[in-house]
Structures are given as structure tokens and as C-alpha cells.
Design a protein around this ligand. Sequence first.
Ligand code: CP
Length: 318
Amino acid sequence: MRHLISLKEQSKEDISTILDLAAKIKAKRSAGELTNYLPNQTMIMLFQKSSTRTRLSFETGMTELGGHSIFLDKKTTQFSLTDASDEIQAVMRFGHILMMRAQEVADVEQAASFDRIPVIDACSEKYHPCQAIGDLLTMAEHSNGIENVKKIVWLGIENNVSNTLKLACAKLGIKMVLATPKVHEVSVDEELNKMCDETGLVTKTLDLEEALKNADYVHTDTWMDMEFFEGGKIKPEYEEEYKKRNELFKPYQLNAELIDKYCPEAKIMHCMPCHVGYEISRDAIDHKNSVIYDQAENRMHAQKGIIMWLLEKEDLVK
Ligand code: CP
């Protein structure tokens, strides 16, 4: 049975197949063709954390594939009252595919270990494979083919999103430079790092000029925790950490000045939600090179490809 957790288990060919499926299904949608390949199929979506794009893209994606999705969260289910493993095994009896936005990837891995229905990690502390595949689709579209993407840059904090993006790039032969003064400790996966290091394609530097030179795409993600804020102000208990992070990361903010100076042709990407004025500036979001809304939309198209691949129904997509 296929599962999508870290991208460690997917080959270059698997990723290419998923991208191809996504592009084909997207083209059919643009042409007004129906893509209802999954009648009577249900996706169970389990959210332990909040989401805008992930929920919307999976729900609309399943609708457009002719299937159905059911949203579950911790507050309105029995997950907080009992053993999660028992609840998961019961939940899996009702659907054909399970998507989990879990606090810890260990819960996703446990669900996958039951091997009853395909399981998707929809953003854990270590991985965000759907984001990586959506980002590849966006870059492929804006470069007229993923083979034309040669170098991308990640600015700010190294985290779950950068983990799966760098592994996807390493597998597809794309260089990725991380200009990241800090790693989010809970995201570290030594095995994944080793897989990337072995390709020689993933490198690190804190020299922004060197990092950004000849970049095709520049990505970033949040380095401020939103729990630091209340009513637009920093909570007193987080003031020290807020100052520390601002000093450390501010030079690595994705802004128009940086792009215009070092890589004026590079496209600007952010997986969203954006924390404006922190990891990204308003002038970068609104920059002529920004593709962040295409990137958001492509979560849906990419995930349709992922769903069809996980259910081993790729032959239905002609
Ligand atoms: N990028 C992303 O996963 O967005 P959400 O947290 O809104 O789902």
C-alpha cells in the first residue's frame, strides 16, 4: 500500500508521475472536462492543528474528483478522550484514504503502519510533502517544465516545509541553497539530511549574495510563532524570544530589495500563511515576480495527483 509521509519513500519516478497526474487533471479542469474518477470514495481529514489551504484544497480536490471528504478535528471528536491508535483504526474503516495534520509525525507513521488505507502527512513537525509537490508543480509551470528549474533558495528558518522541499529537489536534480541561521529543532530528520547531502545538491551558506546568485525561485516560511502575539501585540512572556528571533532572522527576510539586488529574475514563493513584516515583506508578496497565489491554488491540483497515485488509479487519467 502507498503512503505519503516524508517523501523519503518516493522515488524520482513516483514524484514525476504525481506531477504529471496533477498537470493532466489541472488541464482537464481548465478545459471544463469532468474529472470524477472517484465516485463513492471518501477521504477522512483529521486535523489536530488549524489550516486554511490544506483543508480547502483537499475538500475541493475530493469534490472535483467525484468523491467526498469528511473533516474531523480534536474538539468535536472523541480523540481527546481515548487512545488515538484505537480511534484511528476505527476511523480508517469509514474511508478510502486518510489525511492527517498531526502534532507529531509518529501518529501519522502509526496510522500508516496499519496499512489499511493510504495515509497522507498533511504537515507534521517534520514534513509537508503535499506542499513540496505543490511547489514543484508551481515551479514547473512558471519555468515551462521542472527540468528547467536549476536552483532554488530557502531563506530564514530550516523546518518541516524546507525538509520535504529539499528532499524533493535533491531527488529531481535541482540545487537548493539554504540561507538559514537556525534549524527548528523538532523538524530535524538525520536520515533525510543524509539523503540530501549525498546528492551534493543541497548546500548552506549565510552569504546572501552567494545564496541568491542565479536563483530561479526564492522560498521562505514563518520564523515567528503566532502564539507570541495577542491583539497585534507581543505577549510579555515572549518579548525576549521575539527580540532574539527578529535580530537573528531579519537579515534573511524575503523582500523586494533583496530580490531586485541579487536575483531580479527569481520568482518569489511562500507556502502561506504569510506573516507580513517578518519572514516576508508586503513588497515581496505584491512583487511582479511573486507567484504565491498560484502556489496556494496548486495545492489542490497537486493533491489530486497525490490522491490518484496513492489509490493506484493513475491509469484512469488519460
Ligand atoms: N501551507 C499550508 O499548509 O497552509 P495551511 O496551514 O493554511 O493549511
